[in-house]
Design a protein around this ligand. Structure first.
Ligand code: MG
Length: 261
């Protein structure tokens, strides 16, 4: 498990186009109740907020998730990051994994998901990116929406109408993902852009959270706790209380204000 960045109660970003975005965030990770090691990693440092969930035997999964957040963190400290930098960082991370410790012939891999602060036509925006079954959610006006689409066998069954979304997280194949970063392949993230709006809250998390909590539960803790560090802690504790069968990692990111020049 690699943690890059800490919580921040108030962080001001001046964008090249003149807008000033003020953010607050917190990150939490826990090994859970059943696993011997924590193979999740996170990056919580403007302009990038990322969770990676490593997979593979021995140290390979841990190394893979660490490689992803470490390469993405090389773009930390800048006001904005775009899709070319994310693509490049993920490609370098796959090369790191091929040279990594504990890697077998099958290689190692990891999920990755997160958001990057960027600018589109001079307006602040979030680039949401995803490979695998870690997730990004948006809470705005009390409405929680999952922004990423899992790359998983059960998501394909949901899309085909064979099972419901509620059945997906308890399905016996719920851990099988269909796309990853690693395994010697060129990473292929899904990207989408959303507006940066004051009052919005983003949740970035590994499946150790979403396999233990329904979207109703996620919404409950995100709306009942105002401060991001309290919301992140409450979510992790709820996941542990519901079984904690996997490593649990949570980043809660708030947009406090957006001021245009
Ligand atoms: Mg997991």
């Amino acid at each position: 498990m690699t943690q890059i960045g800490n919580g921040n109660a108030r962080h001001r970003v001046e964008l090249p186009g003149g807008a000033v975005v003020t953010l607050a965030w917190a990150a939490e990770t826990d090994i859970g109740n059943r696993r011997a090691i924590n193979e999740d990693s996170f990056l919580a440092q403007a302009p990038l907020f990322v969770v990676a969930d490593g997979m593979g035997g021995h140290a390979a999964g841990d190394f893979a998730s660490a490689a992803v957040v470490t390469r993405l963190a090389e773009h930390g400290g800048r006001p904005t990051v775009g899709t070319p930098e994310i693509d490049q960082a993920l490609t370098l991370a796959v090369q790191d994994m091929d040279r990594g410790v504990g890697v077998t012939d099958e290689g190692s891999g990891t999920t990755v998901t997160g958001v990057a602060l960027t600018e589109i036509s001079g307006e602040p925006a979030w680039v949401v990116f995803n490979i695998g079954d870690s997730r990004v959610y948006r809470l705005i006006g009390g409405v929680l929406e999952q922004l990423t689409v899992d790359h998983s066998v059960v998501q394909e069954l949901v899309d085909a109408g064979q099972i419901t979304r509620d059945e997906a997280d308890t399905h016996p194949h719920s851990n099988v993902i269909t796309r990853a970063v690693g395994f010697h392949e060129t990473p292929a993230p899904d990207y989408r852009a959303i507006a940066v709006e004051p009052g919005m809250r983003l949740l970035i998390c590994s499946d150790g959270l979403t396999k233990e909590l329904t979207s109703y539960g996620l919404r409950h803790f995100l709306t009942s706790e105002t401060r991001p560090e309290r919301a992140a802690r409450a979510l992790v504790e709820a996941a542990l209380g519901n079984g904690g069968r996997d490593n649990v990692t949570v980043v809660v990111l708030d947009v406090i204000s957006v001021v245009r020049d």
